[in-house]
Design a protein around this ligand. Structure first.
Ligand SMILES: Cc1cc2nc3c(=O)[nH]c(=O)nc-3n(C[C@H](O)[C@H](O)[C@H](O)COP(=O)(O)OP(=O)(O)OC[C@H]3O[C@@H](n4cnc5c(N)ncnc54)[C@H](O)[C@@H]3O)c2cc1C
Length: 401
């Protein structure tokens, strides 16, 4: 067992695995440390990723996405071509969007396998309990022993509640902007395998939305995300999901008879990226860095893209080239604009979501296209106009008559 590595990656999710693969491909020595016993299990995911042809619309500057998301069939459970959105007043909007519904457990295994095939070393069932010396060494619990291992570069890819980012002084995701989620894998449900369903409304998913993501053969991921500042006091996320499945006038018709096969949940950082995602010898990637689309909570594509960029920057540093600032420059160039715009849209949606009535007025003014655009991280009109309209509506609807 070596006491020092070129690169240590904490977390073998999509972000960490993508960094590790890229660095190992260039011949450097990478150790990936994961606390789970099995890669990709348990999953915490709706398992939806955009199909390749959608990337040019949603992340147009990230050319590399086409290469990174050219997925083999064995990790895909289903394909869908449409999204149905149900507003708080139960109006239905539908639009075309091609998605791959992946088997997330297999997907994570594929990314880690690609890293180990390229030469990365993998430790599972090992918990990194701390980073010291600005990330030049980590303490790892391995088989009841605590090991101290040195590294030239540390990669914090340890998810939304990252300890590594705090240990190295790069901050953390804002707890007020964490989405709280719950999801059931349901069997025996009557859903169209070609349609992903999204439901808004404060009664069912305050500050977020509920989803039904079809995996085919009458199986679906049924879940929702809420934000606590928007939710009713004393009502848990589980109670919201029960309400959605039992009582939503449209969704419950197809779900009520289904069986709950498993339950998962987790946090989603929705407050935009950390201010700084690198130091002299550390990069922060994926959920740990807040690299998640604030409008819809999708984080897999950006984790993989930023992981690839992070790997490139590390290789350049280890070859004696640039500093790790390159990582931050490139990811901001390729996906930063979309993340920033997504955050602005989410803030507009927050004002609108304070009341279902405002949301309905917004749909009334801008039409169903506004939801499609917001979910894609775009708006069909300048943000400033949208913002002013929502603020005006919010004031007029709250003003005493
Ligand atoms: C319920 C839910 C549904 C979602 N649905 C979707 C979706 O449909 N599509 C989408 O694009 N995104 C979705 N997301 C978001 C997506 O799952 C994340 O954005 C993505 O997993 C980020 O990848 P990551 O590698 O940054 O983090 P993670 O996947 O969280 O990986 C971090 C890894 O680090 C490990 N780890 C943490 N701490 C330590 C430690 N101290 N030592 C060792 N290992 C450690 C963890 O065990 C974990 O394996 C969803 C999230 C949730 C919670």
């Amino acid at each position: 067992m070596k006491g020092k590595h070129d690169v240590i990656v904490v977390g073998a999710g999509p972000a960490g695995a993508s960094v590790a693969r890229r660095v190992a491909e260039s011949g450097f020595d990478v150790l990936v440390i994961e606390r789970k016993r099995e890669i990709g299990h348990p999953i915490q995911c709706g398992e939806l990723v955009p199909a390749i042809e959608e990337f040019s619309k949603i992340l147009p500057k990230a050319e590399r996405a086409k290469r990174l998301f050219d997925l083999p069939q064995w990790v895909i459970s289903n394909n869908s071509s449409r999204v149905m959105v149900c507003s708080s007043s139960k109006k239905i909007y539908e639009f075309k969007f091609n998605s791959n519904i992946i088997d997330r457990s297999r997907f994570d295994k594929l990314l880690v396998m690609n890293a180990t095939k390229a030469g990365a070393e993998l430790w599972t069932s090992c918990n990194v309990i701390g980073a010291r010396n600005g990330g030049k060494e980590v303490l790892v619990k391995k088989e009841a022993k605590t090991l101290r291992i040195e590294t030239d570069v540390l990669v914090a890819a340890d998810g939304p509640s990252s300890k590594m980012t705090r240990d190295v002084g790069l901050g953390s995701n804002d707890p007020r902007n964490l989405g709280v989620t719950i999801e059931y894998l349901m069997g025996g449900v009557e859903v169209d395998p070609d349609i992903v369903e999204v439901y808004f409304g404060n009664e069912y998913a305050p500050g977020g939305y509920a989803w039904i993501i079809p995996k085919g053969e009458g199986i679906a991921n049924v879940g929702l995300g809420i934000r606590t500042p928007f939710s009713e006091k004393g009502v848990s996320v589980k109670e919201y999901l029960k309400r959605f499945i039992d009582k939503h006038p449209i969704a419950s018709r197809n779900l009520r008879k289904g069986a709950i096969l498993s339950t998962i949940g987790g946090l989603v950082p929705l407050g935009g990226p950390l201010q700084r995602t690198y130091s002299d010898n550390v990069i922060v990637v994926g959920d740990a860095a807040g690299q998640v689309m604030p409008t819809n909570g999708g984080g897999i594509p950006i984790a993989v893209i930023c992981g690839d960029i992070g790997g490139e920057a590390i290789v350049s540093k280890l070859k004696g080239g640039s500093s790790l600032v390159l990582y931050e420059k490139v990811w901001r160039k390729e996906v930063g604009k979309e993340l920033d715009r997504g955050l602005k849209i989410r803030k507009i949606m927050d004002i609108a979501m304070q009341s279902d009535r405002i949301t309905e007025e917004v749909y009334g003014i801008f039409g169903g296209r506004v939801i499609e655009s917001a979910l894609h991280g775009r708006l069909p009109m300048p943000l400033s106009v949208a913002y002013k309209t929502v603020v005006r509506l919010s004031r007029s609807l709250k003003a005493p008559s």
